[in-house]
Design a protein around this ligand. Structure first.
Ligand code: BGP
Length: 465
């Protein structure tokens, strides 16, 4: 069976500055650089972000490989800590300016559309230490200054911009579930951070519209949407799924697209005494500065049920998981290496949800992928990793995506996570996602079987299943 994709479809892949570039000439540190310095044992095999995939030095050759695997667009991010010298004034670091200029020029020279994101979990650690990072509205102001520098410097060549990648992960990882530095558990702060990031996104969009250099340029946000399916059709499980969707998906999706936070979530947070501090002026900025385009990161769905312990009986700090807990559905398909369920049909559900409930706005899959450990197990005699599981994973997701598009959802692209195996937060290099393998000792890069397959698929603009 062959499934054809729309004309000018984005066949691409995504990475981020902190996960691919390496340490530059030791400029400012991001929270991840700092975390590795103070707690290297928190990272798999104690591998930190210092070298990553060495993209800072080898980007020209790496982009040539990206071209070879058929990518017509690639997302990466500009690191705030590398571009800016003084965060208060947003004065520029010349090495950062040179690198990002060269990088963008090289993408264009090799015929790949650069898609630029401004925040991929990598707030400069100095801003965390001085102001509490996203807890502070002053940091919101500083972020907009950084973003303005980016629009002024690169907006003559970059037309596709994104404010934040997966803001929910900052909230969850740093403030609730302790998987990102500084691993706090503070529900009140978590809620304020969510609001401040949404405000920063809206203010950045406002600045973008004021200074954008090309009429066709557009801006959006990248959200990890995880559809939450109830364990049963009983009222308590349906309620759990409704609240899970409000918190995990609609918290950023609604204000980013419609300009307002979901009233049911606001009521719940207010009733629990954790609602954010906001002003009418800020809410007006959020209302007036919604996105042009949406990026959706999709890896796995959530299955939820009512929690075993009722919300009222908990005396501990506020947590969204008072209202829902994970349901381990018997028989679900799993990627055991990563511990995530594989459920490609959710991409179809997302496509129809955007079509029906979000004004059918233009969107693309900005991340989707399969992380597998010890891929050298699958090396063939020619030295190529035979990652058929990845090909199947992509095929199945493309199948459901195309079904959504053929039923009218306005999706214009698919970006795989990731072009070259890259460093990843706590997981470092444990799970590999790339179309191209990176040997982290020699930095030799080799196209995997999935890379050759992806090139053919992109070239044909169709997937064969
Ligand atoms: C997303 C992030 C990516 C990437 C991916 C894979 O949440 O946006 O940066 O890391 O997840 O997850 P991991 O690397 O933890 O396996």
């Amino acid at each position: 069976m062959k499934k054809q994709f729309p004309e000018n479809f984005w066949w691409g892949a995504a990475t981020s500055g902190p996960q691919s570039e390496g340490r530059f000439n030791k400029q400012h540190a991001s929270v991840f650089d700092h975390w590795y310095e103070v707690e290297p044992e928190a990272f798999y095999d104690q591998v930190g972000p210092d070298t990553a995939s060495n993209f800072y030095n080898s980007f020209k050759e790496d982009i040539a490989l990206m071209k070879e695997v058929g990518l017509n667009s690639v997302r990466t991010s500009i690191q705030w800590s590398r571009l800016i010298d003084d965060f208060e004034t947003a004065s520029l670091n010349p090495d950062g300016v040179r690198f990002y200029n060269d990088l963008i020029d090289e993408f264009i020279r090799q015929g790949i559309r650069p898609v630029i994101n401004l925040h991929h979990f990598d707030i400069p650690v100095a801003l965390y230490q001085q102001y509490g990072g996203w807890e502070s509205k002053h940091v919101v102001t500083l972020f907009v200054k950084f973003a303005e520098q980016c629009f002024n410097l690169f907006g003559d060549r970059v037309t596709d911009w994104f404010t934040f990648n997966e803001p929910m992960v900052v909230v969850d990882g740093q403030y609730l579930y302790q998987f990102h530095y500084p691993k706090l558990v503070d529900g009140k702060k978590a809620v304020q951070v969510a609001y401040n990031i949404q405000l920063a996104s809206a203010k950045t969009i406002q600045a973008f519209r004021r200074i954008k250099q090309q009429p066709a340029s557009r801006i959006g946000i990248i959200l990890n949407l995880t559809p939450s399916y109830p364990a049963t059709n009983e009222a308590a499980d349906l309620k759990a799924a409704e609240i899970a969707n409000l918190w995990m998906n609609q918290l950023f999706m609604d204000p980013s697209t419609k300009g307002t936070f979901p009233p049911a979530l606001v009521e719940l947070l207010a009733a629990d005494g954790v609602l954010w501090d906001s002003t009418p002026e800020e809410l007006a900025i959020i209302k007036d500065n919604t996105i042009d385009v949406l990026g959706v990161n999709f890896y796995h769905p959530h299955r939820v049920q009512q929690p075993a312990v009722s919300a009222d009986s908990l005396a501990v700090d506020w947590m969204p998981s008072r209202y829902f807990e994970e349901y381990h559905m018997p028989g679900r398909r799993m990627n055991v290496d990563k511990g995530w369920e594989i459920y490609p049909q959710a991409l179809y559900d997302i496509a129809l949800n955007i079509r029906d409930n979000y004004g059918n706005l233009p969107w693309f899959v900005s991340e989707n992928g399969m992380g597998v450990s010890r891929e050298e197990r699958f090396l063939n005699q020619a030295g190529v990793i035979e990652d058929d599981y990845r090909i199947q994973f992509i095929q199945e997701h493309l199948y459901w995506l195309e079904k959504g598009i053929s039923e009218g959802s306005n999706c214009f692209g698919y970006h795989l996570w990731t072009p070259l195996d890259c460093w990843s937060w706590g997981n470092a290099y444990r799970n590999r996602y790339g179309l191209i393998a990176t040997n982290i000792h020699t930095q030799v890069k080799t196209i995997k079987k999935s890379g050759h397959w992806f090139a053919k698929t992109a070239q044909a603009n169709q997937v064969e299943i």
